[in-house]
Design a binder for this molecule. Sequence first.
Ligand SMILES: [Zn+2]
Length: 539
Amino acid sequence: MTPPDAAHPSAATDSAHAAHAAHAAHSAGPAHPAVAGHAVAAHAGAADPAGPAHAVAAADGAETAGGGALEGVTGGRPVSQVYWAEHAWLPGGAASSVRIDVADGRIAAVTPDVAAPVGAVRLAGLTLPGLANAHSHAFHRALRGRTQADRGTFWTWREQMYALAATLTPDSYYALARAVYAEMALAGITCVGEFHYLHHAPGGRPYADPNAMGAALIAAAADAGIRITLLDTCYLTGGIGRPLEGPQLRFGDGDAERWASRVTALAAQVHAGSDGGGRATRGDRAGFGGGGHALVGAALHSVRGVPPEQIGPIVRWAAASAAPLHTHLSEQPAENEACLAAYGVTPTRLLADAGALGPRTTVVHATHLTGEDIELIGSARAVTCACPTTERDLADGIGPIRTLFDAGSPLSLGSDSHAVIDLFEEARAVELDERLRTRERGHWGAAELLEATFAHSSLGWDDAGILAPGARADLVTLATDTVRTAGFAPGTAAETAVFAAGAADVRSVVVDGRVVVADGAHTTIDAGRALTDALRSAQ
Ligand SMILES: [Zn+2]
């Protein structure tokens, strides 16, 4: 995401949008540079009955997929289709009766206030841009419902997580991640940032392909129909001044230069693998990934996991690759105490001094910060990734998320440990946690929180997360007639999405123009069964 004072590309200036000017002014949402040159098509009433070549379903027919349109997301011809959304969340706020033309997997035109064209696919409900899950550890899904049984802390939970990490292989991790990513697709998530540190075989021995685990995750995302930014994580120490030991040995590359060599090879593989897919290429990001469904980014686990003298190579790799750089930051007071004792500075100051804070940086959690920390993060325009459902599950605390945002740090959201996979729940938790802390309501506007669910930029996809011409054709449609969302009104669309809706209300999902979820079901994966099977074998 970009700084919160940046403007959205302007929406059509018809009267329907004027009613929502308050939303737009309140949202102060991110700009989307890749599409900022386009205005939303304003040719209301000029619907073209011919439309793109592949309009296949009648307007009053199936809610989503037209016949023959259900393709896997990574292959096949680019998809063109005309959609007509009952309501849609556009850059200026909610609009109604919106025609969305999709050509070659991208949005070609957005036209509000028009009748459904003949042959268009009708999207009943509220259609949103694709949701970005900015922080995921896919294998943690296997801990859901199993680590809540006893008392304990973050640190006792971590022991259970390590026991699970000890068992996974590239094959079993592929099966688990494929099912987890299918669950994400069902929740409207079109892109995941996978913070990946389970690199090597037990004991730390590299696999024959040193990137076998990362490749398994990238394949899993492809098969689940979502995009992935593989945030390959450098993880060198088991705590400040302590070597990795036991299950942690699987995480380590020895030093940051060897980490960089391995990740360079992975990025080259991903780039080469994406060239033949008929997708738009990303020529400005040589070595960073490709034009397909996957990008490779960098992560340093935390100041607990990477010594200060090893941060430089990670920062340089990310800069040379124009890649995102993510890090856990101050999730627990114990991290701050250890960092202060060892280095005499806070983790945030340590990262700043190492050159690790900048607009391509995302700090995950940022729960226990000083005033100076907040100023450093905000002035660097680094993105905050809040993960409130995990933070509450692990008894981490409540971070100064609003203060960070006001200081200049854009907001993104992640389901992290996957105690819950529901970005609507993450969004409302940001506000509701603040209410509990302050005993006051209304710290965030619903539109601000809704925009945070679309925050693709911190994952390197500047051309997604917005319904505007030129953007990737991600269309997430919330049903507005369920027990949770009934009573929906366009004037309070963001409030319904953030404070009433949940993942279970996602009716259809289109990713890069391809239908991945139709009528509430994944089009290629029985997600419940896949999760059941994968979780059984992962225990
Ligand atoms: Zn995490």
